[in-house]
Design a binder for this molecule. Structure first.
Ligand code: MN
Ligand code: ZN
Length: 340
């Protein structure tokens, strides 16, 4: 079978591998679709500190169960599934308090072990989620990025009537926008520096958009909120230099959700945090958000297909990577069709 393997930074190719048997406690999934994520690009560029090479990446995928390993009872051959990439130990401190996504022994499918960019992949039976009939396998490959949105919004604890500012209208910004609207957050401002992305944000329900290349986002937010500031700010731009501005734009008692994965420090003022008693929350992967997102998608309250800019066959995967390297502005979610 075919697999997309990253051997080392910048060294990736489609390779031919053996079809594995389903391992005990695991199921063998025949992958239908897998999405390319910014974090796959980081692995390919060698700026993911956690990855071990060689690696078959891919943590956003859906497919059909082809065989089940010894001891697996809740999943059957033929089940249409998508896969939660979070594998946790179950007994460390974060696991004990219900935070498996930051398990001290965290393993992420597609990062620490092989993922969905191959025709068949073994995954623990506990990580698969059966899909309702109305959900296509293409849409199901996008459940994972929406769980990122559901997770950061949960961490930010919205109150009824809270306004939300999303920095960045890339795929993650747009998933936060859609999940926020689905959860009843009515007033959502989205900022970016690319007009085409802002157009998409308005089509997907943004109340208003701000182009940071042309407008003073901070002044606009102060004007919009009569100087009070934003109760909720989600950072999907992940530019370290924006963090001090987020502190200034937040309202007293505001919550800021952070998703950036860069080690570059930000210049923070303690006073700014303390005087407004701000809450800064990190959000990593997802904490058991698959059922909620599958339900929101199946009920039509999310529009995952609107995020797909390219659908490409598996053979075109190296070309897709090159396109994303050189023209990231041309793409939203790039979906790779791997199986039938
Ligand atoms: Mn992702
Ligand atoms: Zn653990």
């Amino acid at each position: 079978m075919q697999a997309f393997q990253v051997n080392a930074p910048q060294d990736y190719r489609l390779v031919e591998t053996e079809i594995p048997d389903a391992a005990p406690g695991e199921v063998l999934v025949s992958v239908a679709f897998a999405g390319i994520c910014g974090s796959d690009m980081h692995i390919i560029h060698g700026d993911n500190a956690f990855v071990r090479f060689p690696r078959i990446t891919g943590h956003e995928f859906a497919g059909v169960v082809e065989s089940v390993g010894e001891g697996v009872e809740d999943v059957a051959i033929g089940d249409r599934v998508c896969i939660d990439p979070v594998i946790n130990c179950g007994h460390c401190y974060p696991c004990r308090i219900g935070r498996p996504n930051v398990c001290t022994a965290l393993e992420v499918i597609g990062v620490h072990r092989n993922g969905g960019f191959e025709e068949r992949v073994n995954v623990p039976a506990g990580n698969v989620h059966r899909l309702p009939e109305e959900l296509g396998l293409d849409a199901a490959a996008l459940v994972e990025p929406y769980t990122i949105a559901a997770n950061v919004l949960d961490r930010m604890q919205p109150h009824p009537g809270d306004r939300l500012l999303i920095l960045g209208a890339g795929v993650i910004g747009l998933t936060i926008l859609q999940v926020a609207r689905a959860l009843g957050i009515e007033d959502v401002t989205v900022s970016d520096v690319i007009d085409a992305r802002l157009d998409t944000a308005r089509q997907l329900g943004a109340t208003r958009t701000l182009n940071g290349a042309e407008q003073d986002v901070e002044a606009e937010i102060q004007a919009l909120t009569d100087g009070e500031g934003m109760p909720l700010i989600a950072d999907a731009a992940c530019v370290p230099a924006l963090l001090p501005q987020m502190l200034r734009m937040a309202s007293p008692a505001g919550r800021i959700g952070l998703l950036g994965f860069t080690p570059t420090p930000s210049d923070l003022s303690q006073l700014e945090v303390i005087k407004k008693e701000l809450t800064l929350v990190g959000s990593r992967l997802n904490n058991r958000k698959f059922p909620e997102v599958i339900e929101l998608m199946a009920s039509g309250r999310l529009d995952p297909l609107a995020l797909i800019s390219h659908r490409l066959p598996f053979d075109d995967m190296p070309g897709a990577i090159e396109m994303l390297d050189h023209h990231p502005e041309k793409a939203r979610k790039v979906l790779i069709q791997i199986g039938a």
